[in-house]
Write a protein that binds this ligand. Sequence first.
Ligand SMILES: [Fe+2]
Length: 270
Amino acid sequence: MVQMAARHDCARMFVVGDFGAWEHMPSGRRYFDVVNKAARRAGVTVYFLDGNHDKSSLLHEMYDGKPDDEGFLMCRKHVRYAPRGHRWSWDGTTFAAFGGARSTDKGWRLAREARKQEQAEKRRGYGSRRRPATSGMLWFPEEEMTDNELTDLLEANSSPVEVLLTHDKPRATEPKFNRKNKPECFPNQDRIQRLVWALRPTLLVHGHLHYRYTDIIACGGDRWTRVEGLAADPEASHHPSYIVDQSWMLLPLPHSQVQLADTASDAATG
Ligand SMILES: [Fe+2]
């Protein structure tokens, strides 16, 4: 993806969640190093917001003291995290990022954590000095915003933005395929919907559904928000129906309604 961004002359790439922030694991730390190196070589800076499968509590623990001059947390020189509620402006276009979503496989993840814990305890019984696995390895309690968290963020700043980046979908969109059409997912989708009504973006880009779609929803008054749901990268999340060109879109800056139409056709034709 970094190389693809470079081929399209993009100086920045923004990943809308489930990026792979797993620095509690050695493989996660290596992954950040690899992305950083690829980004440096390609001349691209990689930004991301947190999905439900990113350990955002650890990102804050490790990088809160290391903001860049736009307020992103610098995980690596070329890998930067947009915390929930972060706002910034690129080339005259205003942005906000709000990560988080509900994991529908939460039960499976917790069961697997418990099984790993059991296995580690057994190994210790046999004399292994390896530290037992702990909770928070596969499922992260901070995965979705709370209502209070969102209220606080909106009370701090509810001024409009042109582009809203989220991991989860707003409740009002109606994609033809929706793997998150489940009651436990609705509270967070309602939070994203609250954001749409409060910030009135002209464009919202999100992930999480692993399905490429475009929808237009009302955002209050007679204004409309165009929503672009991006699919998953088949290299990262395997499924026979995933197509790499449906997992990204170009956003020429400064962003405007006219360019938005062009962008949609770019994305549709890949
Ligand atoms: Fe997700």
